[in-house]
Ligand binder design. Structure first.
Ligand SMILES: [Zn+2]
Length: 320
């Protein structure tokens, strides 16, 4: 499988993709500290990205990985059913699925949180490469941005503007000299997700880690799965993977966040000090403004014609 080709097709025409084979991994939840196993399986056309909690029995319902199912976005992205099961820390896996061009997969997981792996999306990219991708019979649907949409809160800002393909740019500005001001924009073409973004790890500050631990969070967090900054120093012995690894991770997060729209977005994203909550608000604001976007891909016709609305599009087509 030529993943560069798969990647470059994402924004334009092309067929939906799923995994060629099921594949599993195991690891530790960042916040819960719980050991968890996860299996990604091939899934039917238009079924989207869905999770199923296998530890809750064979009849456990699927949880669509779309914006309407987000139940928490303060520290990570968690999705769940009202009064039912949830899955936390899905954002890096979602970024890998978007970055590698996976439209449909069912993710069986035997715990409440996706394993953090090394804190980046690279292990999930490796997993997808091992499984291989398979083109499916239906065309890919995308959400094309037709006019600018922006949201702002507490000095942070996020926006989407029309563009012929998808790009994500972020600016960050931290007092710590280990981070400082960083700015980068990446177009998801020719395999750039894998080469420029996937390996960027999540990061945090030592004093925050202490506070999170006191609150019962970040129990699985360590220097093995996050860049930890204390004052102006990076504590990890191995240092950074890029000098601007921090802004690359912000781009990674935003790619995962935007995939909760239920389909790949075609347009240009930019975030200034943006995080999960603001990115999610941007997706909600876009989808709520029916004049700001349209479906592309002939699969849309099926939805308009009244065929079963795919689960992954549950967030979007309420106004179709
Ligand atoms: Zn992240």
């Amino acid at each position: 499988m030529d993943f560069s080709a798969a990647d470059s097709r994402m924004a334009g025409p092309g067929r939906q993709q799923t995994l060629r084979h099921a594949i599993s991994c195991s690891g530790t939840g960042l916040h819960s500290g719980a050991a968890v196993s996860m299996t990604l399986r091939p899934a039917a056309v238009d079924s989207g990205i869905v999770f199923r909690r296998t530890d809750l029995g064979n009849a456990a319902p699927v949880i669509p990985a779309t914006i309407n199912y987000v139940v928490d976005d303060r520290l990570c992205t968690a999705i769940g059913l009202r009064g039912g099961p949830s899955v936390a820390t899905i954002e890096h896996l979602m970024a890998a699925l978007r970055g590698m061009g996976v439209d449909n997969t069912e993710i069986a997981i035997d715990g409440p949180e996706v394993p953090v792996m090394d804190g980046s999306a690279a292990p999930f990219v490796f997993l997808l490469e091992c499984a291989g991708l398979a083109a499916q019979s239906a065309p890919r649907r995308t959400i094309e941005v037709l006019r600018p949409v922006s949201v702002a809160k507490d000095g942070a800002e996020a926006m989407l503007v029309p563009g012929i393909s998808f790009s994500a740019g972020c600016d960050i500005d931290f007092a710590s000299r280990a981070i400082g001001r960083q700015s980068l924009t990446v177009s998801l073409v020719n395999g750039t997700f894998k080469t420029d973004i996937a390996r960027a790890r999540t990061f945090g500050f030592a004093h925050e880690v202490d506070r999170l631990r006191a609150a019962g969070l970040a129990r699985g967090g360590s220097l093995d799965n996050a860049v930890v900054v204390a004052g102006d120093t990076v504590l990890n012995d191995e240092g950074l993977r890029w000098a601007d690894e921090f802004v690359r991770h912000k781009i990674l997060d935003s790619i995962g966040d935007l995939y909760l729209a239920g389909a790949p977005i075609v347009g240009r994203f930019h975030g200034y000090r943006s995080g999960h909550a603001l990115n999610h608000l941007l997706v909600r604001t876009l989808l709520a403004d029916r004049a700001a976007w349209r479906w592309t891909g002939t699969g849309v016709t099926n939805i308009v014609a009244g065929a079963a609305v795919p689960a992954a599009a549950a967030a979007a087509p309420a106004t179709l």
